[in-house]
Write a protein of this length. Sequence first.
Length: 273
Amino acid sequence: MSSFAIEQIQEQMRQLKLVRTAEQLPLLLQDASKAEVSYSEFLAELLGRELAAKQERHTAMKTTMARFPFQKSLESFDFKFQPSIEPKIVRELATGRFLADADNVLLLGPPGVGKTHLAVALGLRACALGFRTAFITAAGLIASLTRAHNENRLEEKLKLLVQPKLLIIDEIGYLPLERLGANLFFQLVSRRYERGSILITSNQSLAGWGQVFGDQVIATAILDRLLHHSTIINIKGESYRLKEKRKAGLLTRSEPYTAPEGPAPPEHPPTAP
Ligand code: ADP
Ligand code: MG
């Protein structure tokens, strides 16, 4: 085939937005004629590559839109270090079935045990599976809801926050909420109920949520909706950060870990969606 003919096909492919295939066409044609593949095999290979490239682009776009604080995978999570987590349950979540059913996930445990790591890893899986995802800290979320409420555009904001199939809310419980914040959070949970999944990480056990929301009634109403269809993972182990410090010789094994008194400062600066 003349190089002019190939260039013409490449131009047509670009017009059809088959960008990756257009780039690879000369090489693909060369390989196909060397390996003497059939027309149908050649076409299958070409379309397969284009589909894979499209999928990759969609995942990358969803990942950017999700605004993760960092990227960590399930593969890099050391389950042996944290035996209170059943890998089977996390593997089930990684299939994304909970997203299709709009079920919720609660990751509870003390600081450093991998809650945010797992939340991000599951979020990245959700993006790869094609689900729209958003990551926000609890502090960032409440600030953004309160601003919207004060500026009379709460409805608009709630509509936006219902759109992602997975909403990850990191670090509930580090800061107690004011009455308005708790109320706005309740409204969000009600809106998303049975429509889209919420994944929450918290350093507080569920029994402590009354204090976090400053009101037992509202905490119960929130938990009622969150827990109706949900997976709860209670992480009971040691902080991974401390293990790393120990390895570096900064702590001795006999030095026990004691949780700081009162709420710890948030680990990631609040981000507005
Ligand atoms: P948490 O949100 O529970 O406070 P993080 O998820 O921020 O904890 O974990 C703290 C650090 O330790 C992160 O860098 C995280 O990647 C790492 N980490 C925690 N647990 C594990 C684990 N079991 N395997 C690998 N890395 C871990
Ligand atoms: Mg965290």
